[in-house]
Design a protein around this ligand. Structure first.
Ligand code: ADP
Ligand code: MG
Length: 487
């Protein structure tokens, strides 16, 4: 792109606020005892409450409140004591009651922030609110060629909506924020975070304004992005579209747009003039829910160690690199495995290398997750101990001992190393005789070495290694050969 052309875009700054819906991992729905599972036969988890029959009454799902409080604590939000629910009225085929029970003026959490790691810095995104609500059903347009089919299994499923302040400045930052949110909800065990399955959804509000301006531009809301990458792509497209419009002297229409991933662009769905008037009012069928400080404390006491804290432990205490730490933390299960492993070994660096090296490669090759890995962390620690004591070489451990131990986890690593004849020769008496044999073969080379051709050391070492059938401890061997040559 020519520089002049680029500079047009550089005149503007981008303002983004994200609204995420996360589907909670509760057994039952937000206001009924219907099962809230994914993938059941259509319209099987739909009692009269889900269907909104007259005379039926909703009841709050306690677990959903607990999950909201968990998330609130994790993002340092203020957690509201008196929580009211509200009716948001609108008509849609997959909304059987004709309204959604949500929270309007009293969201359970306000404020708080998410810290996301970017390549070169830490990003802080402030949160506006988190509130509880229920999902709608699903309209299926692509099963029957003529009709739209409705599956109400999802109707009433518990959701948390997480709304950010307009703090995000690029598609890249949005991506980093979403990655952190997903990590967080997975660590908290409140949502599986699968955007592709729709259990984590995100709408992006995007506007642009001249750099340094105090007034935000008109925002456009983009929906229907089913991956983090697509959120980033939709934002990148939208920013350029809006700047081009402004530069052409046109106005930005406040509207809702949809992302078309195939053509990599957004298109208009509806304008804000047709915006719904939801006629919110307090839900008359539900009592307010009270969240006491005691309750909050009890949840706080049982909160798992969160990614941020792990990052500090890994980098500060274990002295791992930031890159290694982030790799390990990325998946909760992997971090849990590593945490268990370092209980059995003091060599944290080696533990990290084993988890991200041979273990990860083994799992990737077989398309397994670490939860399906049969070798316990204690066994990996045994291997590390064998290497650290010089009994088995690194290569032999990763290439031979490790795969063998996976197949025979009932044996100890040392037993197996013995059976496989992998134990290094660290018996210096025997080693010394190999060294003497090797040196005796090349008397003229010894003279050359003594005259300054020190590179010959490698040749001698190689010879001894051959005599020991590869089982000599390389460190010890090097030392011994050197000492003998220099006698
Ligand atoms: P609405 O009333 O249209 O729902 P809100 O004020 O509730 O708008 O904000 C919804 C989301 O849009 C929030 O994440 C907020 O940070 C973001 N937002 C608000 N104004 C702008 C703007 N001008 N540009 C980009 N995002 C914005
Ligand atoms: Mg709003």
């Amino acid at each position: 792109m020519p520089l002049l052309y680029m500079s047009v875009y550089n005149k503007y700054e981008t303002v983004i606020g994200l609204e995420c819906h996360i589907q909670l991992l509760t057994k039952t729905k937000m206001y009924s005892s219907d099962v809230a599972e994914y993938g059941a036969l259509p319209n099987t988890n739909v009692s009269v409450i889900t269907l909104g029959h007259p005379g039926t009454l909703p009841v709050i799902n306690k677990r959903a409140v607990e999950f909201a409080v968990k998330l609130g604590i994790a993002v340092n939000a203020n957690i509201r004591e008196e929580n009211q629910f509200a009716r948001k009225n609108y008509f849609y085929a997959d909304l059987p009651k004709g309204y959604q029970i949500t929270q309007d003026k009293t969201p359970i959490c306000t404020g708080g922030y998410v810290l996301a790691k970017m390549k070169d810095r830490e990003l802080r995104v402030n949160l506006t609110r988190i509130h509880m609500e229920e999902d709608s059903g699903k309209s299926q347009h692509d099963i029957d060629p003529f009709e739209t089919l409705v599956d109400l299994n999802r109707a009433g499923t518990p959701l948390l909506e997480i709304v950010t302040e307009p703090d995000i400045k690029s598609g890249e930052e949005a991506y980093a924020y979403l990655t952190e949110v997903r990590k967080l909800v997975r660590y908290l065990d409140i949502c599986d975070g699968n955007m592709e399955e729709g259990s984590l959804r995100c709408d992006a509000n995007i506007s642009v304004m001249l750099k340094g301006s105090k007034v935000f531009g008109k925002k456009v809301e983009v929906k229907n992005m089913n991956s983090f990458r697509n959120v980033q792509r939709a934002i990148d497209f939208e920013v350029k579209r809006q700047i081009d419009l402004i530069e052409a002297g046109e106005e930005i229409a406040g509207e809702t747009r949809s992302f078309d991933a195939v053509n990599d662009k957004t298109f208009s769905m509806r304008s804000k003039e047709n915006a719904n008037d939801y006629r919110y009012f307090p839900e008359p069928d539900l009592q307010p829910v009270y969240v006491t400080q005691e309750y909050i404390n009890s949840i706080k006491a049982n909160l798992p160690v969160l990614p941020d804290e792990l990052f500090k432990i890994y980098t500060k205490e274990y002295k791992l690199s930031e890159y290694d730490a982030l790799q390990l933390i990325d998946r909760k299960e992997v971090a849990a495995y590593f945490n268990e492993l370092v209980k059995h070994t003091g060599n944290q660096k080696s533990a990290a290398n084993w988890v991200m090296g041979p273990v990860k490669a083994y799992l990737n090759e077989r398309a397994l997750t670490i939860l399906q890995f049969t070798l316990s962390p204690a066994k990996i620690a045994e291997i590390i101990a064998l290497i650290d004591s010089g009994k088995v070489s690194n290569t032999a451990a990763s290439q031979t001992l490790f795969p063998a131990l996976v197949k025979q986890p009932e044996k100890t690593a040392e037993q197996l190393a013995k059976e496989l004849d992998l134990l290094q020769n660290s018996n210096s008496g025997e080693l010394q005789s190999f060294v003497d044999q090797a040196l005796a073969k090349y008397p003229e080379k010894i003279t050359e070495y003594k005259n300054g051709k020190v590179t010959l050391l490698g040749m001698f070492v190689g010879e001894v290694m051959r005599l020991s059938k590869g089982k000599a401890d390389p460190k010890l061997l090097n030392q011994l050969v050197k000492e003998t040559l220099e006698k």
